[in-house]
Design a protein around this ligand. Sequence first.
Ligand SMILES: Nc1ncnc2c1ncn2[C@@H]1O[C@H](COP(=O)(O)OP(=O)(O)OP(=O)(O)O)[C@@H](O)[C@H]1O
Ligand SMILES: [Mg+2]
Length: 401
Amino acid sequence: MKLFLGQEPQSGTPTYLTIGGAHAVLICGKRGSGKSYTMGVLVEELLAGANTDIIPILVDPMGVYHTMAQANQAQQEDLFNWSLSAKGYTVRLLVPGPTEQLYDPEVIDALQQRGVSIVPLQLNPSDLSPDGWCDLFDADINAPLGIVLFRAAQKLQRQNRPFTIQELIVTIERDGRAKDTSKEALLNRLEAARGWQIFAEEGYTPIPELFTPSVVNILDLSRLEPGPRGLRNLTVSIIARNLFRARADARLREEFGLATPLPRVWMLIDEAHQFVPKGQSTLAKDQLIRWAKEGRQPGLSLAVASQQPSAIDPEVLSQCDIILSHKLTSREDVMALNSLSQDYMGGELRTYIRSLNRTGEAVIVNDEMETVQMLRIRPRRSQHGGSSLPPEEENAFDIWQ
Ligand SMILES: Nc1ncnc2c1ncn2[C@@H]1O[C@H](COP(=O)(O)OP(=O)(O)OP(=O)(O)O)[C@@H](O)[C@H]1O
Ligand SMILES: [Mg+2]
């Protein structure tokens, strides 16, 4: 599959990224350098030619990508010069939690008028592993609280059917071996978890069925609590874990020539330092590291975008086989990226980064092809969102000055 990303700035030669199986992609660059725009280009290309064998999922902590439903009218001329046309995409906006409470009804109307379908997303308590439940409440699996919670979640899980938080509460209440104090502490936490309204009280939609191929699936996390143990991380963790399992099963079917119940998935995460930060655990981190490290076999690709590569977990960074770097100015970030340099680059990656000066310019490193190139990113066909802030003033401490 060939993704048309842009052209070489000097020669104007078109730049394609040929992607085979699964990949791990890093998109980085200082504030306002074009990361989110580039991520949008990547999604557009993944959908080119009405591709039905890829499910793109955009993890959107800022709530800005719904504009992909609209054609990029503002850059019509630019697009024409690139022999491209403006185009709005089919967008499914997945909103965890009580949509009507999270969004102003007029905003919902406006989104729907723009053709965005809003899909309320409810997580299933059974989709979180017993370990995951302990992790969520920061309950040590070897301490009384963790032991009781693990036991209850495991007991329900063994029944091989979906369950609710209420059932978890009842199971803990009936646990004859648990102390009252442990029970009470857990019940308080579980009641609080019910209050988040992101877990289903009834009904069950398997996670893989939430996502659709050939459209832009946007996981809108902007209305949820951030933080390493917050609901944004919880949601990503549950989705990543379940898609991994579902794709591993699907892969096995594919090997036997059987119809696949779930096409390959690309998960693209903007502001990725919220989920895979360096030196800090989060609810989603282990799952995402697993995608980066082991996703190749089941066909799970991961793209992470961040202002600061130095703030991204090194285990994820080192797995990235495609790097799209816009201008970076902080020494720490340039060093973090430079540490990913390979022999085939001849020079150091930082010399390439140094020569970038315009928004939308990038260096592209492709490990599989062993190539490094300068790249001018092509204009977006769909509207770019969330760019009301002007790019930051040139940093007085720019190390290239
Ligand atoms: N390839 C491009 N061609 C034309 N304009 C671009 C391009 N890339 C980015 N821009 C413009 O530059 C501005 C900043 O882009 P973008 O929002 O992608 O930056 P960012 O790196 O994601 O910033 P932040 O760190 O704040 O998230 C936007 O107004 C966008 O329209
Ligand atoms: Mg951005």
